[in-house]
Design a binder for this molecule. Structure first.
Ligand code: HEM
Length: 246
């Protein structure tokens, strides 16, 4: 039986973790929120919550085509949720704030990474879409504020002498009979469509659901989802202006 005798040990070149002096340790990895990927994931998650609201809200609003009673019953149902409604509102508000905050930090980070502006701006598609996000976002926010003042708080009620707490149908039809109110909605819904299209696509990427082979399908899916949602919302002011809903 042969015995294997261990040779002299190689001198250890790297100090062990315990021996390493404090200053030679790797700098700590940034927290998830501090990282670009963390911010993108936060945008994707909050964007998905807002997206689900936009779909649910559209489904509720389209009941205007059924009847006045049906739309008003939907409004009643929401109000009867009591505390649940406030919890949902809280989740929406936090989502909007985080979505804006993360987008602002990403924008700052992009600017810092590229302190000297391009002599000639690149016109690549992604660059265009990114720029669209940064101005469509604030306009959509302005729209939502106007919208809440008009249909939830009732502070603004162009087209109606007074706001009704119970007759949502009346508030909507009276408001959309005013051409500039409808025009403002249609314009904002088109921007919402652009925002959703790029947002859905970005969320697929940030949440790791994209693969080069699936890219064209996912892009088409994002485009069609955005078109359907936009068309659904726009159909309401158009129907009121055309006199189909009165
Ligand atoms: C034609 C388009 C739209 C119509 C007719 C419409 C109609 C309404 C109505 C009637 C209410 C008040 C509901 C109630 O008090 O029971 C409301 C609330 C609301 N809408 Fe819209 N909406 C439209 C588009 C949108 C869009 C595109 C968004 C978001 C981007 C949005 C966000 C909201 C929010 C956040 C509330 C408050 C919900 C709550 O907390 O009670 N709406 N909408």
């Amino acid at each position: 039986m042969s015995t294997v005798i261990a040779g002299p040990r190689e001198p250890t070149r790297e100090p062990t973790r315990e021996q390493a002096p404090e200053q030679t340790r790797e700098p700590r990895a940034p927290g998830f929120w501090q990282s670009t990927n963390g911010k993108k994931a936060a945008m994707a998650v909050t964007g998905t919550i807002l997206f689900l609201f936009v779909i649910g809200h559209l489904a509720g609003n389209l009941q205007i085509f059924d009847s006045r009673d049906r739309l008003n019953a939907y409004g009643h149902l929401l109000k009867s949720l009591g505390e649940l409604l406030w919890i949902a509102r809280g989740v929406l508000i936090v989502s909007v704030l985080l979505h804006i905050w993360a987008s602002f930090e990403l924008w700052l980070r992009n600017r810092k990474a590229r302190p000297i502006a391009y002599a000639k701006k690149k016109s690549v598609a992604s660059n265009y879409a990114d720029r669209t996000m940064y101005w469509s976002g604030p306009i959509i926010l302005a729209f939502v504020i106007f919208h809440l003042l008009e249909f939830t708080a009732g502070t603004l009620h162009p087209g109606a002498p007074a706001f009704s707490d119970t007759d949502i149908y009346y508030n909507v039809v009276a408001g959309f009979r005013v051409w500039w109110v409808s025009a403002w909605y249609i314009f904002s819904m088109i921007l919402l469509g652009f925002h959703l299209r790029h947002g859905i696509w970005s969320a697929f990427q940030s949440l790791g659901a994209s693969h080069p082979r699936h890219t064209p399908v996912l892009k088409q899916a994002a485009l069609w989802i955005a078109i359907l949602i936009t068309a659904g919302y726009i159909s309401i002011p158009v129907a009121v202006l055309a006199g189909w809903v009165r």
